[in-house]
Design a protein around this ligand. Structure first.
Ligand code: PRX
Length: 651
């Protein structure tokens, strides 16, 4: 039986239920299910309650202004996010509390108190201002997981310059596209970063990206790896972070931002070849991430919170930086890989800092499972009191392994569903009240109206369908940068008056939601979102390739792995050297996360009579399933041949 079928079958047969432990519930922020009722009675009053816990320069006139599909939250309110994440803590007992605990890959570490963060952010905000940055100017951040990444984000937020963080694993080409789309004025990067003992040449990539990215006026370079990277500083354009910071004034007045002013752009993959710049604004986003960090993770004053995501993804934005810091928490940041120098690196860090809340992705959990229990067993993990999962569907086996081996059967697991677009967690247990079912993200957060619908948008009470959201939430994306039409078309046109998530889900008789993965052409590779079209465009960009079709095939560890079916130009002969060359080409065009696992050459691709590539059949071939209906194909023999070829390769 194919793997996917087995996992989904297992998932749907899952019967185990874990009730919250009494001692956990008694001390939790949320102790009773009544919050759901209260929130649904008045969603606006519910969110307003959280907004009141933050510091505003001017109170909102109206909680929500909703003209489908455009929302405005906390209308008329004035607020600054860096003020809320830093300044409001420094006149309290939190002044000398660790805001960020940072562990570098080679073992160097830094503890940055709220007071330290206050100084750094103020100074860097002044650096940006001195370089001519004004409210509304876009700044691209291309950094490894170092504290300067958080400082840069918060400094941008302080002066009202939207940041666009680009994941350090993206290539020069991807960086250039993102800079050009946002027309950023400043690029912040580093000489390099560490990954499994080698140096990631960020500055070199940045230099390459800047050929053809004319909007960038200055490049600010953090010194991270020193002599280990050979870099060139271009006169007048490139400036060292530490030199700029030396004489920067100590205080920068925060900009009074309108609730609806842009906070950041974050690019994510969609169903076309071009990444979308997701736009998040200020007031609603902060309320959303503040509330969910507090309730979903049951965050307490003394907790050390570790979210293992990279700051280049939305999880890093919302749950390493903005959510935890708005709550005055201690957020842990780690630069490196889970298996460097050894496979117990994560557990060593949990023990070293006494981590209480640990939030990671199923793909990591499945890898830990494969490595075996001996690695977590080497360390004292008894400080952990809550575990989280995000980024892709978790399978029951991985859930149970996590529960037993990391949580010692005492930590609730919050399986949190959300997206770059949603900005905040939307479907999740509340750890003090929700009975957990392994591999179910359980229920919508209070105030969130999620539904499962059929092809026609009709609600399915029990069964599988499309996951939609029927009313707005504070941290929702406001638009796609520079492409408002695409925003409407992409999210609001599949079903009238509903936000279409692109995900399939099943609802069981208890109303629990089980996420079933994407139903569009977006793949989820090791928790990273990659578009089939983007990889196809990268492949056809190679001079030998005539046509390419890409699919995500089920993979035990990564969730999905990338399979590419490629037709070469007539004069080109296929060979194994070309497979490597094409893989390298995709890595160069996009980044290592998009590198195909398999490349199969074929004389033709299976197409319908109207010329549409039949991806479903390619998926069947790649996953070893019997071929389904091929009658609509222009030439059914092609699939047969492809299937034989694929099986030869596998065999
Ligand atoms: O398919 C869903 C999956 O990740 C997609 C969103 O990806 P991205 O925007 O990169 O954000 C990832 C981190 C929030 C969703 O459309 N996804 C995310 N969380 C879960 C999930 N699938 C199942 N269960 C989850 N908990």
């Amino acid at each position: 039986m194919a793997k996917e079928a087995k996992t989904i079958l297992d998932l749907l047969k899952e019967k185990r239920v874990f009730s919250p432990r009494k001692d956990f519930s008694e001390n939790a922020h949320v102790k009773s299910e009544s919050v759901y009722k209260k929130a649904s009675r008045s969603r606006e009053a519910f969110w307003e309650g959280f907004a009141k816990e933050l510091d505003w320069y001017k109170k909102w006139r109206k909680v929500l202004d909703w003209k489908t599909p455009h929302s405005k939250w906390f209308v008329g309110g004035k607020i600054n996010i860096s003020y809320n994440c830093i300044d409001r803590h420094i006149n309290t007992a939190r002044k000398n509390k660790a805001a960020i605990i940072w562990e570098g890959e080679p073992g160097d570490s830094r503890v940055i108190t709220y007071w330290d963060l206050y100084r750094e952010v103020n100074k860097f905000a002044n650096v940006l201002k001195k370089l001519g940055v004004k409210k509304g100017d876009r700044i691209t951040i291309y950094l490894p997981m170092i504290p300067e990444a958080a400082v840069a984000m918060l400094a941008c937020a302080r002066i009202g310059a939207p940041h666009s963080v680009v994941f350090g694993g993206f290539s020069a080409d991807s960086l250039r596209d993102r800079i050009n789309d946002s027309q950023a004025k400043i690029l912040i990067t580093s000489d390099g970063g560490f990954r499994r003992g080698s140096v990631v040449p960020l500055k070199k990539n940045a230099d390459e990206a800047l050929f053809g990215a004319a909007s960038i006026e200055k490049v600010i370079v953090v010194k991270r790896v020193g002599e280990k990277a050979q870099i060139e500083m271009k006169e007048k354009r490139d400036l060292w972070w530490h030199e700029l910071m030396e004489n920067a004034p100590q205080y920068c007045e925060p900009e009074k931002m309108d609730s609806e002013d842009m906070l950041y752009i974050l690019y994510t993959s969609g169903t076309t070849g071009k990444p979308k710049g997701i736009v998040h604004t200020t007031g609603g986003y902060l309320v959303g991430v503040y509330a969910t960090t507090k309730w979903v993770f049951d965050l307490k004053e003394e907790d050390t919170f570790w979210c293992t995501a990279d700051i280049g993804w939305v999880t890093g934005h919302s749950y390493i930086v903005y959510g935890p810091l708005a709550n005055g928490a201690t957020s842990l940041m780690y630069e490196g890989a889970p298996d460097y120098p050894d496979r117990d690196r994560f557990w060593e860090i949990v023990e070293k800092y006494g981590v209480n809340i640990f939030y990671t992705a199923p793909t990591a959990i499945r890898v830990f499972m494969k490595w075996g229990e001996e690695y977590p067993r080497k360390h004292d993990l008894s400080t952990l009191r809550l575990l989280g999962s995000v980024g892709e569907p978790i399978n029951p086996e991985a859930w149970m392994w996590y529960y037993v081996n990391i949580g010692n059967k005492k930590c609730p697991i919050v399986d949190t569903w959300w997206q770059t677009e949603t900005g905040m967690i939307l479907i999740t247990p509340l750890p003090g009240v929700t009975k957990l079912k392994p591999a179910s993200a359980t229920k919508p957060f209070p105030g969130i109206e999620a539904d499962v619908v059929d092809e026609n948008g009709k609600s399915i009470e029990v069964g599988a369908g499309y996951l939609v959201l029927k009313s707005p939430w504070p941290a929702m994306l406001r638009t796609i940068y520079g492409d408002p039409e695409r925003y409407v078309q992409q999210y609001w046109s599949r079903f009238p008056n509903m936000y279409f998530t692109g995900d399939g889900a099943k609802r069981d008789k208890d109303g629990y939601l089980w996420l079933l993965g994407r139903v569009d052409d977006v793949m989820n590779v090791a928790g990273h979102r990659v578009s089939t079209m983007e990889v196809e465009s990268a492949l056809v960009d190679h001079p030998s390739v005539a046509e390419a079709a890409v699919i995500g095939k089920t993979d035990e560890l990564k969730g999905q792995a990338i399979s590419a079916f490629v037709t070469l130009k007539e004069s080109i002969k296929s060979n194994s050297g070309l497979v490597d060359e094409l893989k390298k080409h995709v890595t160069k065009k996009i980044g290592a996360i998009a590198r195909p696992d398999d490349i199969i050459f074929t004389a033709e691709l299976p197409k319908t009579r109207s010329g549409k590539i039949m991806r479903r059949l390619l998926r069947d071939i790649a996953e070893g399933r019997a071929l389904g209906d091929t009658t609509t194909l222009a030439d059914p023999t092609i699939v047969r041949q492809l299937k034989d070829k694929y099986e030869d390769k596998e065999g």
